[in-house]
Design a binder for this molecule. Structure first.
Ligand code: UDP
Ligand code: MG
Length: 317
């Protein structure tokens, strides 16, 4: 098996961490090369996501000094997910396996060894999963774990406590490339590709310098983006709600009629009560039906691959 490994690392205003990150990752890759687990042509590629500081200059200098380091400069800030995708799609023709990770080394780089071992034994996708969040603040832990739970409940199936620290083989990346959608949520799409997958656990550390580029606001928008770009479940929930209210309206109809005939109402109450519930339920139900079609249109416009063939056994004549 060929084993050129590329690391892709999106960077947004990371001048404080880059030199250290580069030297630690360089060491790691060199040690893997020495153990002949990966090819000498393995590389570490930083993606500059329109940083406003000296991130790109640092990347350029790293590249001048050591050809193991490379860089991709995006024309402007496009956000973590897009920067990551740009990296994956650009390097996929040169690499046999690609590992994506953050620039701040919060993801333990020692998990790379295990990822490589799993890759070498034939696994196509290896997810890095946080075993604990001891070092995250209570707030970050609660919001981040809530994030995964809500996402899953809303139909965006992601790997629990897995961020974008993962290894993908070249054919998995080619599968990913088939997904032409603009609203792309990598953590949701990658499990859809298929192929053999495995998990590696690691301790999530602290950012060793600089501050988080993912404040609560960005995390919320990632969650909304994740759900709305992956699934049409929220639309289906409307249908469900409409149905529920319609059932309630039938109950209300019976209740109002009973009250009416026992004379316990004033004129007009019964008709008002019944129409409010019935019409409310019907409106929601119809919205849900319209929503179902919109959901279909939405999924059609994404033009996702309908299948990816893993193997084809066929004897030609
Ligand atoms: N990042 C990026 N573009 C952005 C925001 C963040 O490329 O617009 C990168 C950032 O440089 C880092 C990674 O995404 O490598 C994760 O960001 P961060 O560590 O700030 O998030 P946190 O770990 O706090 O969730
Ligand atoms: Mg971080």
């Amino acid at each position: 098996m060929e084993n050129i490994l590329y690391l892709v690392i999106p960077c947004y205003n990371e001048e404080e961490v880059l030199p250290e990150t580069a030297s630690r990752l360089g060491e790691k890759v060199n040690s893997l090369i020495r153990q002949s687990k990966i090819d000498e042509r393995s590389r570490i590629i930083f993606i500059n996501d329109g940083s406003k500081d000296h991130t790109w200059e640092i990347i350029r200098a790293l590249h001048e000094k050591d050809r193991m380091f490379g860089g991709i400069n995006l024309s402007r800030n496009r956000g973590h997910q897009n920067a990551l995708l740009a990296g994956l799609m650009t390097v996929r023709e040169y690499a046999d396996a690609v590992i994506s990770m953050d620039a701040d080394l919060q993801d333990d780089i020692n998990a790379i060894d295990e990822m490589i071992d799993k890759y070498l034994s034939g696994t196509d996708i290896v997810y890095g999963v946080r075993s604990s969040r001891k070092r995250d603040t209570l707030f970050k832990k609660a919001t981040a774990e809530g994030f995964y739970k809500i996402m899953n409940a809303m139909g965006a199936n992601t790997v629990f406590n897995h961020a974008d620290y993962r290894l993908m083989s070249r054919r998995a990346l080619e599968g990913l490339a088939e997904y032409g959608e603009v609203n792309l949520f990598l953590r949701g799409i990658v499990p859809m590709i298929g192929y053999s997958a495995d998990i590696v656990y690691y301790e999530r550390g602290e950012r060793f310098a600089g501050e988080s580029k993912y404040p609560l606001g960005k995390m919320l928008s990632l969650a909304v983006e994740g759900v709305t770009s992956l699934s049409t479940k929220p639309l289906r929930l409307i249908t469900g709600l409409g149905f529920l209210i319609f059932i309630v309206s039938i109950g209300m109809l019976i209740y109002s009629l009973v009250r009416h005939f026992t004379g316990a109402t004033i004129v007009g109450w019964t008709t008002l009560m019944v129409s409010i519930w019935a019409i409310g339920g019907l409106i929601l139900l119809s919205l849900g039906v319209v929503g179902e079609y919109i959901g279909k249109i939405y999924l059609e416009t994404k033009a996702r691959p309908r299948f990816i063939v893993e193997e084809f056994l066929n004897e030609k004549e």
